[in-house]
Design a protein around this ligand. Structure first.
Ligand SMILES: C[S@@+](CC[C@H](N)C(=O)[O-])C[C@H]1O[C@@H](n2cnc3c(N)ncnc32)[C@H](O)[C@@H]1O
Length: 246
């Protein structure tokens, strides 16, 4: 899929150059590609044909709703992380994506290192975090989130000290039931590509996490890498598999 960078006329050359350097994407006029990472005066957006733009916004919309009314430490993600007993956990989110789950974990008191290998997802997330740090209502939460562009398997193998917990939410395998996923997200997933190497990641994570590894899966999917979990939490369409240290 062809993707390029575009920018509003007021955006500084330095901001555009930084984005070209970090993503490796070319700068093109708006008319030249169907998929663009677009820099406006205020934010970075992924623009895709006739769809709604995609961007990271921790201050409003679903992220705000989940922060204020999402069920706190009772919600499945928090229970899977073990945050009820250990609120100040150091968690590595090894598949950060657009950072939605990491923001929930940080809201509930965890310090989260976010690892993301896709330059496009990383750029959108970095921009969302930059804006969150400038919003007094959520700046303290964002300050507990550290974003790194890397392959998580490589990073985890080289990192010391070992994290308390590691979270994995690799792209779901195609199931034929994608109708419920908004078309913007379907397109975004197509752009990012599949996570076929996730089984390797769960094996690495299990060797390194000192307290637990927790993995988000579709409710009826097989366990990641065929590795049986210590226990699972089940929701309507999602399951969290929890692995304890060997
Ligand atoms: C389904 S998304 C995660 C969504 C995320 N939990 C959220 O709340 O927004 C999976 C992401 O993991 C990233 N990913 C998969 N394997 C990775 C790896 N080995 N290292 C770094 N990032 C990885 C993909 O690029 C993709 O952006």
């Amino acid at each position: 899929m062809l993707i390029a960078i575009s920018a509003d006329s007021g955006v500084s050359a330095a901001r555009i150059r930084r984005l070209i350097e970090t993503t490796g994407l070319p700068l093109r006029g708006k008319e030249h590609t169907d998929y663009r990472l677009h820099l406006s005066d205020t934010r970075l957006e992924l623009r895709m044909r006739d769809m709604q733009p995609l961007y990271v916004d921790f201050s409003a919309g679903k992220a705000r709703h989940r922060r204020l009314h999402g069920g706190g430490k009772g919600q499945m993600l928090a229970r899977a992380a073990g945050l009820r007993k250990h609120p100040g956990l150091e968690i590595v989110d090894a598949t950060a994506g657009l950072g939605r789950d990491a923001f929930v974990l940080a809201t509930l008191g965890a310090s989260v290192t976010l690892l993301e290998r896709s330059p496009i997802a990383h750029a959108l997330l970095a921009d969302g975090l930059r804006r969150a740090l400038n919003d007094p209502e959520i700046a303290s939460i964002a300050s507990r989130m550290r974003l790194i562009q890397c392959d998580a398997d490589d990073w985890l193998r080289s990192e010391q000290p070992r994290p308390d917990a590691i979270y994995l939410d690799p792209m779901y395998p195609p199931s034929g039931k994608t109708a419920r996923v908004k078309k913007e997200m379907q397109c975004f997933h197509a752009l990012i590509g599949r996570d076929d190497d996730a089984a390797r990641l769960v094996a690495t994570a299990r060797r390194l996490a000192t307290r637990r590894v927790f993995v988000k899966r579709p409710l009826h999917a097989e366990a990641l890498g065929g590795q049986a979990a210590a226990f699972s939490l089940r929701g309507k369409s999602t399951r969290f598999d929890v692995y304890l240290p060997f």
